[in-house]
Every structure is written in C-alpha cells, then in structure tokens.
Design a protein around this ligand. Structure first.
Ligand code: SF4
Ligand code: SF4
Length: 227
C-alpha cells in the first residue's frame, strides 16, 4: 500500500477534479459521529456558491438561490459519495455525510456530524457570529460536506481564529432575529437559533422552499467582499 500521505494527496486531487473548491483533513480524539464509532478521521469538502446567484438575494430569499443551494448540495453529495468509494478501494472504511441532513423529528437541525466543526478542525476557516462557516478562501459563500474515515489522514493547516471582530452585520440584517451577535466557539458550536430561522422561512416564504435557505446572512457578510 502507498504511504498515507500519498493517499491523502491523491484524495485531495480527486476531490478537486470532481468539483470541490476547498478540501481539508483532520483527526478527532474520539469519533465525531455516533453513526460511525470507529471513524475518527475526516475529509472536509466545500463548493463555492455563485456570486451572481447570491446577488439575487435582496432582503428576501430568491427562487434562484434556493435552486442553486440544492444544486450545490447535490454536487457535494456526489463528491462525498465518490471519495468514500475511493477510500474503500484503498482498503479503509468511509462514511459520506450529506451536505444537508436532518436526523428526523428529534433533532431536525443537525446531521450525523457538524460539517462546520470538521471544516474548522481541518483549518479551512472559522465559524462566524452568524453561525455560518466562513472559509479562508471564499468567506461564507461555500456549502460543505464531510467524509468520515479510518484512513488516518491528518490536518495540513493550522486552526484559524474567529475573525468577526466588532462586526454585527449579520445580526442586524437577519429578518428572523435568529442571530445573537456573540462570538461562537472555535469548534463550531451554533450561535444562532436554527428553529427561529427555519420558522421564519416557513411562515414568510413557503412558496420558495423548505428550510433555512434565506441567505441574507451570507450576502451581507464583509468576509465575502474581501475576496
Ligand atoms: S438564513 Fe436568513 S433567517 Fe436564517 S439566520 Fe440567515 S439571515 Fe437569518
Ligand atoms: S457578518 Fe460580520 S459578524 Fe456576521 S459572520 Fe460575517 S464578519 Fe462575522
């Protein structure tokens, strides 16, 4: 078998070929998901959202954004699926975690693993006051997915500190009052009320689509304009 570092490099190249825009690796002391208690290592992948699509959000969500969001999720799911297959071909286990996932009525706002936590640990960015993951390269204009594995990949990048400073643009702009404006912890703990966010969407924009896809907190974030 090839050295792990070579397999890690191959996986990164493969993910980029499949359409990922950012790729990172990390290791956890304990398995991050109860669904896979032996898988302590992870790949974090992200795809960038279109600037032109984000420009269609103007104090309200748009159909164009909703469809784009779903397409980005579908692409991520494909990439995670294929990466998991490739890792199995190497002789290891791998669990792809879908970009948008709910664990049913008991835990409707969480997936099998928090993608943001994985991406932060992989050194790809930090969690902003909005609760959004802000990537070093694209700010909040990314969607994420994860592959858990027992292939012993390791982080190549240092952890990034929260860079929101005194900004409260997302808190001020959120039409649902779902963002608290406090600094979240670096491990990706949520700092907004996902239920408020989702309820607002359902009450005001049911015709557009299910769930929290307003996107205003992404659009107003100055971390996006820097790039
Ligand atoms: S998606 Fe919209 S409603 Fe939800 S937190 Fe962001 S700005 Fe607020
Ligand atoms: S809008 Fe400002 S406070 Fe909110 S996540 Fe972006 S940088 Fe942080």
């Amino acid at each position: 078998m090839e050295p792990i570092s070579k397999l890690q490099e191959e996986l990164k190249e493969y993910a980029l070929t499949l359409g990922a825009d950012i790729v990172g690796f990390c290791a956890f002391e304990n398995a991050p998901s109860a669904y896979a208690p032996t898988l302590r290592h992870a790949l974090s992948i992200g795809v960038k959202l279109s600037d032109a699509v984000l420009a269609t959000i103007d104090n309200a969500p748009s159909f164009v954004y909703f469809q784009h969001y779903r397409t980005a999720n579908a692409l991520l799911d494909q990439i995670a699926f294929r990466l998991a297959r490739r890792i199995e071909e190497y002789g290891f286990s791998a669990l792809p975690i879908a970009a948008s996932q709910s664990l049913g009525k008991e835990n409707p706002y969480r997936g099998a693993v928090p993608h943001k936590t994985v991406a932060v640990k992989a050194g790809l960015g930090f969690v902003g006051k909005s609760g959004l993951f802000l990537s070093e390269k694209y700010g909040g204009k990314v969607r994420l997915a994860t592959v858990l594995t027992d292939l012993p990949v390791e982080s190549e990048l240092p952890l990034l500190e929260n860079g929101c400073g005194d900004c409260t643009a997302c808190k001020n702009a959120c039409p649902a009052g779902a963002i608290f404006g406090e600094k979240p912890t670096v491990d990706g703990e949520r700092n907004f009320d996902p239920e408020k966010c989702s309820k607002y969407m359902k009450e005001h924009f049911q015709d557009i689509g299910r769930g929290s896809v307003c996107g205003i907190c992404i659009k107003v974030c100055p971390k996006n304009k820097l790039r």
